[in-house]
Ligand binder design. Structure first.
Ligand SMILES: Cc1cc2nc3c(=O)[nH]c(=O)nc-3n(C[C@H](O)[C@H](O)[C@H](O)COP(=O)(O)OP(=O)(O)OC[C@H]3O[C@@H](n4cnc5c(N)ncnc54)[C@H](O)[C@@H]3O)c2cc1C
Length: 392
């Protein structure tokens, strides 16, 4: 049975994360303006808080599932500030890939490093099966030789290494795509560019080039070198990474959107409009009705995230539910933050407050790890029982 009720222990963990998030929020504007230049006093001030993952060590067997808690933790951290959370180090998307597909030896070797994930290329984004970066095995030296270009790699500058998607055989299509761990400092691996972005500015986004970059044979994630005969068996394996990260991206956006809702509720109250619950909606002022609609969007989207996470925690397939959470989350957080701006008027776009920044920061959650449109395509294919060739 689905049960989202938190245990006392989990509630304590969440309270601690929210307290830390408020400290991080103090640096939100600094990072928005200075991008990846470290705030001199940030780490000093935050040092009293235990790293979030260490709190997990206190968990008991009867606590809420780890999958659900990890969503609530992501949301709770981002309620403070997305970019500061990223900078305080909780690994990159490549770490999720390592956990999903790495061998125990690989997890042991790279588990404590920060790994970015490089799929997108100048000619390949929404359809990752079009990856052009190549990996060729040099049997004489037992090394893979990687050649290609990757763009828009989150944490590409500050990471210790990157999980790179490359094809062993372009003719094999999706089945030929594998992922490889490439550590920084290896000859032939160059970070070539850092993006200037609309939002999430402290979270660096990089382009990189691999030129005859040689890595050990054992750096193939999961270690399976053969290309499966069935058209997409291997590809499904690498795509598994997204079954938890897509709901997590939605949770990140929802954490930011919740901050926007809290800010708006407070300012409505100051203006004499108390948001009341339980009574008839029609009897409340239009501005409060609008606020309730935004809160409804938040609740509905959060339930899709919890559902996808719960399925994952139960070891059940959640491919479609992960896409539903991502699509619903990505569109809801845009509507929520924009709606908050509409409610509050000009003060909402002032840089005196963080609402305009939250509006910019949430935009990414409907783009990376598969855009909203592509998630809707995945959902539609599933409902209509069409394959990739029939609905594209
Ligand atoms: C800040 C930022 C960070 C990122 N981080 C990473 C990262 O860490 N690693 C990584 O590999 N990539 C990353 N990306 C890249 C991101 O995943 C891609 O931008 C995204 O997948 C879309 O690919 P594309 O840009 O090539 O757009 P395209 O695939 O060219 O799509 C352009 C538009 O067309 C729409 N579209 C495409 N196909 C369809 C279709 N069949 N039906 C309907 N609409 C469609 C898309 O939704 C999109 O709106 C990041 C991007 C940004 C902006």
């Amino acid at each position: 049975m689905i049960d989202f009720v938190l245990t006392e222990n989990d509630q304590k963990i969440l309270d601690s994360v929210r307290a830390e998030a408020l400290v991080c929020r103090k640096y939100a504007r600094y990072y928005d303006e200075h991008e990846d230049e470290f705030a001199p006093d940030e780490l000093e001030e935050a040092k009293d808080f235990p790293p979030t993952m260490s709190l997990f060590g206190n968990r008991k067997d009867d606590d809420t599932s780890v999958a659900i808690m990890s969503m609530l933790l992501s949301a709770g951290q981002c309620w403070g500030d997305y970019t500061v959370r990223m900078r305080r180090g909780s690994g990159g998307l490549g770490n999720a890939a390592l956990r999903a597909a790495g061998t125990p030896e690989q997890v042991e070797k790279w588990g404590d490093t920060t790994l970015a994930m490089a799929i997108t290329e100048p000619g390949c984004g929404s359809d990752p099966s079009q990856v052009q970066t190549t990996a060729v095995l040099d049997e004489a030296t037992d090394e893979w030789v990687i050649n290609g270009e990757k763009i828009f790699v989150t944490t590409g500058c500050r990471c210790d290494g990157v999980v790179v998607w490359a094809t062993l055989d372009r003719a094999a299509g999706r089945a030929g795509i594998k992922s490889f761990v490439i550590e920084k400092g290896i000859p032939g691996f160059e970070v070539t560019h850092k993006e200037k972005k609309l939002g999430i500015r402290a979270d660096d986004t990089a382009a990189m080039v691999f030129t005859d970059c040689r890595i050990p044979r054992s750096n193939l994630l999961g270690g399976k070198e053969e290309i499966p005969k069935a058209s997409s068996g291997g590809f499904r394996g690498v795509m598994k990474t997204f079954n938890m990260t897509r709901p997590a991206v939605a949770a990140i956006g929802l954490g930011i959107a919740e901050a926007a809702l809290d800010f708006t509720r407070e300012h409505l109250k100051e203006a004499g409009f108390e948001v009341e619950y339980g009574g008839s909606l029609q009897s409340q002022p239009a501005v409060v009705q609008k606020f309730h609609e935004l809160e409804g969007l938040y609740e509905a989207a959060m339930l899709t995230v919890m559902n996808a996470a719960w399925l994952s925690g139960e070891g059940k397939p959640n491919n479609v539910e992960a896409s539903i959470a991502k699509a619903k989350g990505g569109s809801s957080v845009r509507q929520i933050t924009q709606g908050c701006i509409e409610i509050l008027g000009p003060m909402a776009v002032s840089r005196e407050h963080l609402l305009e920044k939250w509006f910019r920061d949430v935009r990414i959650t409907d783009i990376y790890e598969g855009t909203g449109q592509v998630q809707n395509l995945i959902i539609a294919r599933n409902i209509l029982e069409y394959d990739r060739t029939e609905l594209k």
